[in-house]
Ligand binder design. Structure first.
Ligand code: NDP
Length: 498
């Protein structure tokens, strides 16, 4: 495999040279297909024409089911602090600098959707580390709508389009949310100011999930990542966003690229919440429930380093559309946690990439690690990399093929107490806190001020026009559970206007 700089590895297109077929043979015309006579049939043997049309017919990769509309840029991650007491990950050691690809996206919109929709933003990072790729596939919110991957397809169906008219529907969304009360924290966050960022630069990024960090002594910590924007938080009012959706649907993409091109590089300071392994058992909420935050009063943010984006893509399709991020891409010193959404994503992300980009998607330029890849997987569509021919295609072998390292135990993917071995569907009994409302209540009542609450009420009411009973009454009830006053204000405002 190549050791080229991942940012620089696109071969530049030659200028002022002859147009050729994909096989490299010059073509006779860019403008005219080959006919027999001036009005005759077109020749199937005009290979330049066939090559051009056939490739055009295939130039879309399937759109991502979620996070389809995205924008990306390259940059660098600098470790400015010493967190070696918590993780042995090589790229997190003091002074390390690692090339990074970042992709920001909306969740529900299709590839051509407006950037300024109220929606969580994807905040996906690929670190090209010297120990393999590490992906942090987060969002701009610290929580999520659901906490078990088994509900994810249903949640996304409710965000997408109705089967009959192919329209998006707030009736569907509120139906799903109000029947899934674990969504309340994320929904409260979404309808607040930060649910509609003014740019990708002016929003934070969160792992949302809890992960495990493992230090050189084998000690384990539960961690959450917070990428805090150095630009300051910015948000759009609903009216501003609605206007921009019509006048400049690419508003966020343009903003990102313009600032980078102008040398005004956006940056984020990575800060961590770190919980010693043993404290998880008795923490006041289940620390692996992605609908909950860990209070920063209990686990204050510990600085680690700085992410700076300084290069826009040279080719959007190759470098951004074909980028495949997955929480399954881990490196030594980082492990998973019992978060059931995370464990579902660890399967689902590479699965969807194999469907979208093919079995060899890791060989595409934005996905190739900067280290050697040595294994016995081979062939499949669009295979580009291959082992030295002296290396057998199987293991064990008598040749000089790579061998696994038994000293790396299964625990390097993360280790935790399963609490019994009976088949079980539910939440850990010791954390049986179906308290869906306390944390969103604190957000709405203590973090937001009066003006922010008024905007929240207006943002919610603006989505209720098409919502029918019994869902409508459930919406009022849902918000009253979060905050009595806010719920009453939503109901009153709706009834005053309908
Ligand atoms: P803190 O007072 O320590 O933290 C409050 C957090 O809320 C800060 O991260 C702050 O970000 C963020 N925040 C401020 N305004 C908004 C807004 N309009 N929408 C969303 N987030 C906002 O308290 P706790 O850690 O105890 O958390 C209290 C509540 O804050 C939680 O219930 C949760 O809803 C929310 N929250 C918590 C986070 C966490 O990881 N603990 C992260 C984000 C939100 P900043 O410092 O940038 O202003």
């Amino acid at each position: 495999m190549t050791n080229e700089d991942p940012i620089e590895r696109l071969r530049p297109a030659p200028h002022n040279s002859a147009t050729t077929t994909a096989a490299g043979a010059p073509v006779a015309s860019d403008d005219f297909s080959l006919q027999q006579g001036k009005q005759g049939y077109i020749g199937l043997h005009d290979v330049g024409l066939i090559d051009k049309l056939a490739h055009f017919d295939r130039e879309r990769t399937p759109e991502r089911v979620v996070h389809a509309k995205g924008s990306g840029a390259f940059g660098i991650f600098d470790v400015t602090e010493d967190v070696s007491a918590y993780t042995a990950a090589d790229f997190l050691q003091p002074g390390k600098k690692t090339p990074v690809l970042a992709r920001f996206s909306t969740v529900a919109g299709e590839k051509g959707a407006a950037d300024t929709q109220r929606d969580p933003r994807g905040f996906a990072l690929k670190f090209y580390t010297e120990e393999g790729n590490y992906d942090m596939v987060g969002n701009n919110t610290p929580v999520f709508f659901i906490r078990d991957a088994i509900k994810f397809p249903d949640f996304i169906h409710s965000q997408k389009r109705t089967s009959d008219t192919d329209l998006q529907s707030f009736h569907m969304r509120w139906d799903f949310w109000t029947l899934s009360p674990e969504s309340a924290h994320q929904v409260a966050w979404l309808f607040g100011d930060r649910g509609l960022p003014s740019s990708f630069r002016e929003m934070d990024g969160f792992s949302s999930h809890s992960y495990q960090w493992i230090n050189a002594k084998g000690e384990r910590f539960w961690v959450k990542y917070h990428f805090k924007t150095d630009q300051g938080i910015g948000y759009l009012s609903q009216a501003e966003a609605d206007k921009l959706a019509g006048s400049d649907p690419e508003y966020h993409r343009r903003d990102l690229y313009q600032h980078i091109q102008d040398g005004d590089y956006p940056s984020w300071t990575l800060k961590m919440q770190i919980m010693p392994e043993a404290e998880a058992e008795n923490y006041k909420v289940n620390p692996f429930d992605i609908t909950k935050t860990w209070s920063q009063k209990d686990y204050p943010l510990i600085p680690v380093g700085k992410l700076t984006l300084n290069q826009i893509p040279k080719n959007f399709h190759v470098q951004i559309e074909q980028a495949a991020f997955s929480p399954s891409n881990l490196v030594r010193g980082i492990g998973f946690s019992p978060d059931k959404m995370l464990l579902g994503r660890v399967f689902s992300y590479p699965d969807t990439q194999r469907h979208r980009l093919g079995a060899n998607f890791e060989q595409l330029p934005p996905n190739r690690p900067v280290v050697d890849v040595n294994n016995y997987s081979h062939q499949g569509p669009a295979a580009m990399e291959f082992n030295d021919p002296s290396v057998p295609t199987y293991v064990p072998n008598s040749g000089n093929g790579p061998t696994a390292q038994p000293e790396l135990s299964a625990a390097d993917l993360g280790r935790w107490e399963p609490h019994g071995d009976e088949p079980y569907r539910g939440y850990p009994l010791e954390h049986e806190d179906d308290d869906f409302w306390s944390q969103p209540h604190v957000l709405v009542r203590e973090v937001m001020d009066d003006a922010a609450r008024e905007r929240l009420v207006s943002n919610v009411v603006g989505t209720l026009d098409e919502v029918q009973e019994p869902v409508l009454s459930r919406v009022f009830e849902y918000w009253k559970n979060i905050d009595g006053e806010v719920g009453a204000a939503i109901e009153k405002s709706y009834k005053d206007n309908h």
